[in-house]
Design a protein around this ligand. Structure first.
Ligand code: C2R
Length: 203
């Protein structure tokens, strides 16, 4: 095969079983592109397009893909089927879809047989899937690692800013910290009932 057949370099491939999964999966692409990774997003189904799925996994391998992210709902076999065609890391995103709102997809994605690992994130957890893929790619890329660290630091800063805002708002609203308010640094709530372990054992 010539270089021309190999295609453009690819860091992370994002697959989903249906276009109906797209809104749930968008955060994975957003996070990865924000970190400067080359991403390709495809609608490919282990059930509906098995041959095209397998062909894409092989092509992505030739293009240097570092991780696959696979989102699917219901009988979610996409991540497992992709894992069957590659030893690159596969991250599964169970999609909430249909009467079982993702519980079916969660079990189908997470319960892989030994020898075929799929790292499964939360139902609808595309953002974490993107971050995890970036962290995987960063193991061999110090510059990317620095960007991943900066992203984590930005999230920490945001939480601390929120904390400062809430504390300031409570100070303004209440005219200062109330003595019994644990959030504002007061004495905390009155003692509750004795813990179970302190009670005499029932017969
Ligand atoms: P439609 O909305 O197209 O009917 O799809 C998709 O991921 C989607 O959440 C309904 C749901 O079927 C899922 N699907 C799979 C697979 N292919 C499609 N679980 C697969 O190969 O695992």
């Amino acid at each position: 095969m010539s270089d021309a057949d190999i295609g453009s370099p690819l860091d992370v491939a994002i697959l989903m079983g249906s276009k109906s999964d797209l809104e749930t999966m968008r955060p994975a692409a957003r996070v990865l592109e924000g970190l400067g990774l080359a991403v390709e997003v495809r609608v490919l189904s282990a059930h509906r397009t098995p041959d095209e799925t397998a062909a894409f996994v092989r092509e992505a391998g030739r293009r240097g893909v570092k991780a696959f992210i696979c989102g699917a709902g219901g009988a979610a076999h996409l991540a497992g089927a992709v894992a069957a065609h590659t030893t690159r890391p596969v991250i599964g995103v169970p999609i909430a879809n249909g009467p079982l709102v993702g519980f079916d997809a969660l079990l189908a994605t997470v319960q892989m047989p030994p020898g075929m690992p799929v790292a499964t994130v939360a139902i609808g957890g595309a953002e974490n899937a993107g971050l995890l893929a970036a962290q995987i790619a960063a193991v061999a890329d110090a510059a990317l690692g620095a960007r991943v660290d900066a992203e984590r630091a930005a999230r920490r800063k945001k939480v601390l800013e929120s904390d400062a805002e809430v504390r300031a708002e409570r100070r303004v609203g209440a005219g200062g910290p109330r003595p019994a308010d644990p959030v504002a640094g007061g004495a905390g709530p009155p003692e509750g009932p004795a813990l179970k372990k302190d009670r005499p054992a029932s017969r």
